[in-house]
Write a protein that binds this ligand. Structure first.
Ligand code: HEC
Ligand code: HEC
Ligand code: HEC
Ligand code: HEC
Length: 207
């Protein structure tokens, strides 16, 4: 009997407490975002820095969707750059000549042939640049802008840090891998693979 009363009282207390505290917050903030903004007003970041860990990689600063962060430099990583060492004239001209086939190792398996060929992304008149769908030059170091034309959702997620991956550490300054660090632009999909610890042989043996 006694236990039951105590139980009831505690439930009532809980309900009262909860309502009073919820109400308090509701009045103060319109949304969770408002609350985060207000309560982090006096937060000036952390004294921890990831600078020491990203020191060894060559990075460049980008600002996309009003967010500024670092991405790895690309041109130094591309074996056949600069392209104009061979592409000294427009591609259409080169293709008419009887040259040895180049880039035989590149297979395009991205969008279908109706949607995409080499010069959808590469600038046939100046091979040292990529190009947008409207023919504007895009630097090889900013290839994320090329991808963003058709993959807005992943691009926006990436600028916010939800798609892709940080390099080394969460601490500022933020350095993030760029699209081509993970996706080969010519064959951007990943092959599906079994989890490392999923042993199909064992499953069969157990049957
Ligand atoms: C060692 C010389 C050489 C270098 C360096 C080179 N190319 Fe080429 N590329 C060629 C030749 C030759 C052709 C024409 C023959 C062919 O189509 O295979 C060609 C053709 C192409 C084509 C057209 C392919 C097709 O099937 O229509 C593209 C696109 C291209 N190159 C892009 C590049 C880019 C981008 C770079 C730099 C990152 C580059 N190339 C660097 C020699 C080179
Ligand atoms: C979806 C856009 C896209 C298409 C289509 C495309 N490329 Fe590329 N290509 C890129 C990007 C972006 C890079 C730079 C990648 C990096 O930073 O590593 C690149 C790099 C290259 C390179 C230098 C890298 C290497 O492996 O030597 C060559 C050569 C090249 N492309 C040739 C071609 C040829 C030939 C075709 C057509 C068969 C083609 N590309 C189609 C986007 C594209
Ligand atoms: C001209 C438009 C266009 C551009 C530019 C483009 N893509 Fe795509 N991409 C497509 C289309 C179309 C598909 C196939 C349809 C789909 O899966 O959504 C595709 C598919 C993909 C896929 C899924 C592949 C799979 O097998 O599931 C990835 C990943 C991808 N693209 C990454 C990139 C990256 C990275 C870049 C920049 C280097 C890029 N794309 C540039 C149009 C584009
Ligand atoms: C750290 C590596 C990484 C980076 C950086 C990255 N991606 Fe991806 N992306 C992935 C993985 C992993 C998947 C999931 C592949 C799967 O499910 O098969 C993916 C999936 C995708 C897909 C296919 C989505 C679908 O539902 O099939 C597209 C398109 C894509 N990424 C575009 C981009 C673009 C554009 C950028 C740059 C703005 C980018 N990615 C940067 C790793 C990355």
């Amino acid at each position: 009997m006694n236990k039951c009363i105590i139980y009831k009282i505690s439930i009532i207390l809980c309900v009262v407490l909860c309502f009073s505290s919820c109400k308090h917050h509701d009045e103060e903030y319109h949304s969770v975002t408002d609350k985060i903004k207000a309560e982090s007003k006096d937060y000036h970041g952390t004294s921890i820095s990831s600078e020491a860990y990203i020191d060894h990689i060559n990075t460049i600063e980008v600002t996309e969707n009003d967010i500024t962060f670092l991405i790895p430099e690309r041109k130094g990583e591309i074996k056949s750059y600069s392209c104009t060492e061979c592409h000294s004239k427009p591609l259409t001209q080169m293709q008419n000549e009887d040259l040895k086939k180049a880039h035989w190792d590149i297979k395009l398996s991205h969008a279908d042939k109706m949607t995409m060929n080499c010069v959808t992304c590469h600038n046939g008149n100046d091979m040292d640049f990529l190009q947008s769908l409207t023919g504007d030059q895009i630097d090889f170091n900013a290839s994320h802008l090329l991808c963003s034309q058709c993959h807005q959702k992943q691009f926006n997620d990436w600028t916010g840090g939800a798609h892709g991956k940080r390099i080394e550490s969460w601490a500022p300054p933020r350095a993030s891998m760029t699209c081509v660090n993970c996706h080969n632009p010519h064959t951007p999909g990943f092959e599906s693979k079994w989890p490392e610890r999923y042993n199909t042989q064992k499953i069969n043996e157990r049957k």
